[in-house]
Design a protein around this ligand. Structure first.
Ligand code: ZN
Length: 116
C-alpha cells in the first residue's frame, strides 16, 4: 500500500479546474454566434467561420468530457474510491494523478485502451 493520498489537495485541484471550465462556458454564451450569412461574407471567410465554429464545438465537447471526468472523480472521492483504477482496481500512480487529477484509469489500462 502506498501512503494515503492527499485527497483534499486533489479535491481542490478538481474543483478549481471545474470552476475554470464553467467560467469558460459562461463567457462563451455571451458571444455572438458565428455569422454564416453568405451575403455578407465571402465564400472563403464563410468557410473560415464554419471551421472556427467546428473547432469551438470540438473544444466544447472536450470541455464537457473533462467536466464529466471531474464529476466522476469527485463522486469517487466521496465514495472513498478515488485513486483506484476504474477498470482494474489497482492504485493509480500518484504522479499520474498530480498530472491530471481527473484521470480514471491506471497507466497500463490507459495504454491498453489506446491500442484498442
Ligand atoms: Zn487499471
Amino acid at each position: 500500500m502506498r501512503d494515503k493520498l492527499d485527497i483534499e489537495y486533489f479535491r481542490k485541484r478538481l474543483e478549481e479546474r471545474r470552476a475554470v471550465i464553467m467560467a469558460g462556458k459562461e463567457t462563451k454564451k455571451d458571444e455572438n454566434p458565428v455569422e454564416l450569412d453568405q451575403g455578407r461574407l465571402g465564400r472563403l471567410s464563410r468557410m473560415d467561420a464554419m471551421q472556427q465554429q467546428e473547432m469551438a464545438r470540438a473544444a466544447d465537447r472536450l470541455n464537457d468530457l473533462e467536466l464529466q471526468r471531474i464529476e466522476t472523480a469527485l463522486r469517487r472521492m466521496d465514495a472513498g474510491e478515488y485513486g483506484y483504477c476504474v477498470v482494474c482496481d489497482e492504485e493509480i500512480a500518484e504522479g499520474r494523478l498530480r498530472f491530471d487529477p481527473s484521470v480514471p484509469t491506471c497507466i497500463s489500462c490507459a495504454r491498453k485502451a489506446e491500442t484498442k
